[in-house]
Every structure is written in C-alpha cells, then in structure tokens.
Write a protein that binds this ligand. Structure first.
Ligand code: KIV
Ligand code: NA
Length: 275
C-alpha cells in the first residue's frame, strides 16, 4: 500500500498520482483493481449514492458506514475520508473526536477537511495527534450556499492570493496533501510548484501532481450530465437501463425464467423403488 511518503516521492519524480472516489466495497475493489493510488470516500456520496442535492446533509454516521465498506473492498489502498459538513468548525475537541471515529471505527488512513482560515488550526491539531490530513481548497462544496453555486474559484487576483496563502498555511500546518477543485489551470500549476506536498486537482488543469474524479462521473452512473472537467469512460446508465428493461420485458412476456433457471425435484431412481 502506498502511503503519504510514497505520494510525496511520486510528486518529486513527477509521477502522476491517481485518486478516485469510492463509496462501497465493489467501487473500492474497482478502484484498487484499476490501479488507483489512493481512494477518497468523498462526501459526494450524498449526491451520487444517497440522492441529496448537495453534500451538506451528509453525516458522520454516513461517512463511517461507507468508509467501512470501502476498506473491506480495497484492503491494499490508502483511503482518505471526508469530514462532513460542520464537523470541524467547533471546539477542537469535537473535531478530534470526529476524526478519531473515522480513523478507529471506520479504519480510514487519513481525513480531508475543506477550507482555509480557521480550519487550518484544526488541521494542525489533527496532525499533531497523528492523523494524516488532506486539505481541500478552491471550490469547497460544503460551502456552496456561501459561495453562491458551483463556480470556478481563484479567478481574480484577491481570490488567487487568498488561495495561495491558505495552501501555504495548510502545508505548514502539516497537511500531507492538498486537493484543489475548480480553479484556473495556471493557479493549479502555481500551487503544485509552490508546495512540497502533492496537489491533487479536480477541474484544476493539467499541471497538478495528480488528478481526482468521482467514480460515478467517469462511469456516467446516476446523474445524466457531468461537469466539463470530467472525462466519461463508460456509460453505465445506458447499460443498466437496457438490462433492466430486458428483465422486465422477459418476465412480462414469459421468456424468463427459462428451462435453465428452474429446479426440479429428485427423480425417484428405479432400483431404489425395488423394481
Ligand atoms: O467528495 C468528493 O468526492 C470530493 C472530491 C470531488 C475531491 O471531495
Ligand atoms: Na468532498
């Protein structure tokens, strides 16, 4: 299993780091089997698995439940779990007990926290307690209400500078990795050059140290439309819809079950009957 030290070495060697989200045992097994370097149990599960409109309703119990399934499905891959909405903004002791649940109860290898500012102090405390932390800057979906939508971040000078400052502070606080979402490509490049920790981008251009995408997005599984920054590699919606229609048709027309699907009682053998 690759660890935070290996990810740093990959950055030094300019070897791209592949992160993919997973939410259950089969998606985790697919990520591991497909060669992902690191799995993220993203709170995007609120949308792609649980049917919420945003990541805001996702709870600690949800993250624990799904992280356990992911760990069972991918036994040899580093797993990072998102700390959900408002679980790292109160007293440090609350942040610590939430992270402890993810690490001890769910066996996550690291946690991810969105945002700069005061969140950086929480990162420092977690790291000093032995919790590997990934920071997350740029578009931070848990703050969608404050940001006013899923918009590209860091487009003007002030936003760009604030983001660079937060990134430097996150590294100094001991973060092992930085995820940046929906920012201009030039800013993704600047961040990767500035930091010694790996910068993993999503909608952050071609020059970050690694890339992360959402499992359901690359498979077109669930939502019909995916954002511009996604590459779709398969169309599961189409495959699944066709398969389910075939099943309903087969049952309604009587062509399922067929002879090969049914069971018969034991045939009485002639000699057993004493004939
Ligand atoms: O929840 C998630 O899937 C994420 C990634 C998009 C980075 O945070
Ligand atoms: Na997330």
């Amino acid at each position: 299993m690759k660890t935070t030290a290996a990810f740093k070495q990959m950055k030094e060697k300019k070897e791209p780091i592949v992160m993919l989200t997973a939410y259950d045992a089969p998606s985790a097994a697919a990520a591991e089997g497909g060669g992902a370097d690191v799995i993220l149990v993203g709170d995007s599960l609120g949308m792609v698995v649980l049917g919420y409109e945003s990541t805001v309703p996702v709870t600690m119990d949800d993250m624990v439940h799904h992280t356990k399934a992911v760990r069972r499905g991918a036994k040899d891959t580093f797993v990072i779990t998102d700390m959900p909405f408002m679980t790292y903004h109160g007293d440090i002791s609350e942040t610590i007990s939430h992270a402890r649940r993810l690490m001890q109860e769910a066996s996550a290898h690291a946690v991810k926290l969105e945002g700069g500012g005061e969140v950086i102090d929480h990162i420092a405390r977690l790291v000093s307690g032995g919790v590997p932390v990934a920071a997350h800057l740029g578009l931070t979906p848990q703050s969608v209400g404050v940001l006013g939508g899923y918009k590209v971040q860091g487009k003007d000078k002030a936003e760009r500078e604030a983001l660079l400052t937060d990134a430097a502070r996150a590294e100094k606080a001991g973060a092992s990795m930085l995820v940046v979402e929906l920012i201009p490509e030039s800013l993704g490049k600047e961040l990767a050059n500035m930091l010694t920790i790996p910068v993993i981008g999503i909608g952050a251009g071609r020059y970050t140290d690694g890339q992360v995408l959402v499992y359901h997005d690359i498979l077109r599984y669930g939502a019909a439309n995916v954002p511009k920054f996604v590459q779709v590699y398969a169309d599961l919606n189409e495959t699944i819809q066709t398969a389910v229609c075939s099943f309903t048709d087969d049952v309604k027309t009587g062509s399922f079950p067929a002879a090969e699907h049914v069971f018969q009682p034991l045939e009485p053998k002639d000699n057993e009957d004493g004939k």
